[in-house]
Design a protein around this ligand. Structure first.
Ligand code: BGC
Length: 743
């Protein structure tokens, strides 16, 4: 069956037929057999993961080694395919080597929470999108995010998460931006690295993906991305470098696309040169599902494991290639070593998961906490927010199923909603292109915060009814949405359907209109001047409505700042039309398999997002790093320590509320760098009581100060003067100082 049949073939009911057929086998398979480890010296925890891996590998037969470097097939992902007895219903499964005490690996999709819950009659917490969570700029929150995923996978009996998306937002219409962490490589890499640490701390293996330059879904399997090495290293690859430096993830998933002529999963430069040599990555490279295209070339160029496995490049053909000498056995040993050492390092051999009941309450609280840090207040004219319960005696809630729930992102990141899709309940799991709402009701939570008010709902499908409700209410809150998912990009950053017209109509009817946005990536706001408030809540997760209500009523002071630039319209973007999309009928959306192979040269180079806007002197709708608060902050006293490469400044809360300010530091490199843009270099969340001041000392991120020198094939620190600025966003830099770097 062809690869894309996976997305068009299985219906929910066939999925479930498979589940029923295989469940009993799996349960039996999971009865935990006691292994006699007395004759297994590699079970000695005092040895290093590398020593232990070598000891195991020495005992393995060629067949066992081959078994380890490929999966067992599409399994649960493709209706009718066999599901291995010992697998735990994850997207991929590697059979273990029982006689040596090595468990199988369940590679579970879990970008924003564990996938396939309905299939297994389990529960999974839906977290805010990782893009939303990146608005917190909070490494601790990212760690918590990973902990929730690790904790729940462990309870499911699963030992590996394949979330960890860190592709930077080069294409704001990319359908998967919600699974990633924004446009800045250092911010995205730092947050994803901490997320990975959170997963690993639960003794669950982690991966980061999709390596590399898989920055759009349109034509994702046929697009050949062209970008010079310097730009690559300073942008997309830097996000992976930072993340790997923080977390040592167990695996890196190579992507579907081609880079400079070679598929990412058989790309010597990406895998051998950069990932394994320069980044010193010790884990294994796993292919995206169906992204392996060869045996010998892939093996020699750095791929370590083929998933899901039944394309059979790394099964019998690899064995033949090893026997025939086209692939040295040492290379196969290296693949196996990387997998085994990552298993030992993460603790999945010493401390395997024990099936337990997921704690949905703890998950919801964690999700709400992350959402409260993720929501970004974009506009607050006349201090319309926070809502004063006394003034808001009648509130109109309009659109986006805000009576019942909040939107989630789709594709392989889709988490199944408890009770089914709140907007369209039915038995079973979520369909591939379904817009799934989670039962966290904005209407109910707003009503709970404002018990004396009349809070009424209009679905927004009938503009006249929405207008009439808005007219008879003191406040109108319009919920707008942008559903996004793997496998297709948005055609435009404009909100889909008639939502812009709806906002305009409501705003014309009610001067106190607030817009709440549920989106996968940046959207345009042609109505921005006509509304009083704009609240960016992304896909906010299972605690989303509670978090939103806390923000709207001021129980929580918003602190999130945008991890992506919001352009005014598509014309401002480096590519006004999604590359590869031109010529497809607009109604076709952008299914990747409908596009013929094409080259995509990213002419903006390393200037992604705010760097591009600054370099081209374009004014976006909202800049990177922007976000308002119910209080105000003042910055003063920036000094720079040339020797330590640290900055020091003071932030003061000058307003009436306690709040947390995300203070940001940017650097502009000396003239020799030939760059006409700033780079994010450091940031800190600073919590301040009204009137309080705090001094902040921050190290400048070393990789924000260096350029990639392709002749020397390494990072280079240029001598000269670096302009350092500090302030509340990429476009508001009240403080300035100079860092002197001497040769
Ligand atoms: C996606 C991966 C995912 C895999 C398994 C692929 O289509 O690109 O992110 O992990 O499927 O579901």
């Amino acid at each position: 069956m062809s690869f894309f049949a996976r997305f068009t073939g299985p219906t929910t009911s066939t999925f479930f037929a498979v589940a029923v057929m295989t469940a009993s086998v799996c349960v039996a398979g999971h009865a935990q057999a006691k292994t006699d480890t007395s004759k297994m010296p590699w079970m000695n925890k005092a040895l290093s993961p590398d020593q232990r891996a070598d000891m195991v590998a020495q005992q393995m037969t060629l067949d066992e080694k081959i078994q380890m470097v490929h999966g067992t097939g599409w399994g649960v992902l493709r209706a009718g395919d066999p599901v291995p007895a010992k697998s735990n219903f994850a997207a991929g499964y590697m059979e273990g080597i029982e006689r040596l005490g090595i468990p199988g690996i369940d590679l579970a999709d879990s970008a924003v929470g564990a996938r396939m819950a309905a299939y297994q009659a389990r529960y999974a917490t839906l977290l805010p999108s990782t893009l939303g969570a990146a608005s917190s700029w909070d490494p601790d929150s990212a760690f918590l995010y990973g902990s929730v995923i690790g904790r729940e996978l462990r309870a499911w009996g699963t030992n590996m998460s394949i979330g960890g998306g860190v592709n930077i937002t080069r294409e704001p219409r990319n359908g998967r931006n919600f699974e990633y962490a924004g446009e800045d490589p250092i911010l995205a890499g730092t947050l994803t690295g901490n997320l990975e640490k959170g997963v690993l701390a639960q003794h669950v293996m982690s991966d980061i993906k999709h390596y590399a330059l898989n920055d759009q879904e349109t034509g994702r399997t046929v697009v050949n991305v062209l970008l010079d090495k310097k730009a690559m290293r300073e942008s997309d690859l830097l996000a992976f470098e930072v993340s790997i430096g923080i977390a040592e993830p167990s695996a890196v998933m190579c992507s579907y696309n081609l880079v400079e002529g070679d598929h990412a999963c058989e790309n010597d430069y990406l895998l051998n040169e950069v990932l394994k040599k320069d980044f010193k990555f010790k884990g294994w490279v796993v292919s995206d599902w169906g992204a392996t295209h060869s045996t010998v070339k892939s093996a020699l160029n750095g791929l370590d494991q083929e998933m899901p496995g039944d394309e059979n490049y790394f099964n019998a053909p690899l064995k033949k290639a090893v026997e025939g000498g086209q692939v040295p056995e040492a290379r196969l040993n290296d693949m196996v070593h990387r997998i085994l050492r990552s298993m030992f390092a993460a603790g999945v051999v010493d401390d395997p998961p024990i099936r337990s009941v997921v704690d949905p309450f703890r998950g919801r609280d964690d999700a709400q906490h992350i959402a409260e840090e993720s929501i970004v207040l974009l506009k607050n004219a006349d201090h319309i927010l926070p809502l004063k319960s006394s003034a808001a005696n009648s509130i109109a809630i309009i659109g986006s199923h805000a009576d019942v729930g909040v939107l989630s992102g789709g594709g392989s990141a889709q988490v199944d909603a408890p009770g089914g899709n709140a907007a369209n309940p039915k038995p079973g799991g979520s369909g591939w292109t379904e817009h799934v709402y989670f039962p966290s009701s904005p209407l109910k939570n707003i009503q709970a915060h404002s018990p004396q008010a009349s809070v009424r709902y209009a679905d927004g499908m009938d503009t006249a009814a929405a207008v009439s409700l808005a007219k008879s209410s003191a406040i109108a809150i319009v919920f707008v949405n942008q559903p996004m998912q793997e496998d297709m990009d948005a055609v435009t950053i404009a909100l889909p359907g008639n939502q812009n017209a709806l906002v305009d109509a409501v705003a014309a009817a009610n001067p106190n209109t607030i817009v709440v946005i549920e989106n996968g990536g940046p959207v345009s706001m042609p109505w921005i001047d006509h509304v009083k408030g704009v609240v960016e809540m992304w896909y906010p997760g299972i605690g989303g409505a509670q978090a939103l209500a806390n923000i709207l009523f001021g129980n929580v002071n918003p602190s999130g700042k945008l991890p992506v630039t919001f352009a005014k319209d598509d014309a401002q973007l480096p590519n006004p039309v999604v590359p590869g999309l031109a010529g497809l009928p607009a109604t076709e959306t952008t299914q990747y398999h409908k596009v013929a192979p094409f080259d995509l040269r990213y002419t903006e180079g390393a200037k992604v997002g705010y760097k591009y806007f600054e370099a081209t002197r374009k004014q976006p709708l909202f800049p990177f790093g922007f976000g308002l608060s119910y209080t105000t902050y003042a910055y003063s006293g920036l000094t720079v320590d040339d020797a330590q490469r640290t900055v020091h400044f003071t932030v003061r809360n000058t307003g009436p509320h306690e709040g947390t300010e995300i203070a940001q530091v940017y650097v502009s490199l000396p003239a020799a760098a030939n760059e006409n843009y700033k780079r994010l270099s450091a940031w800190q969340r600073v919590k301040l009581a009204p009137g309080e001041s705090k001094e902040v000392t921050l190290p400048l991120h070393p990789l924000s100060l260096t350029v990639f020198n392709t002749d020397q094939d390494g990072w280079q620190l240029l001598a000269g003067d670096y302009i350092v600025t500090a302030g509340p966003s990429s476009s508001d830099n009240p403080l300035k100082a100079t860092l002197h770097v001497h040769p």
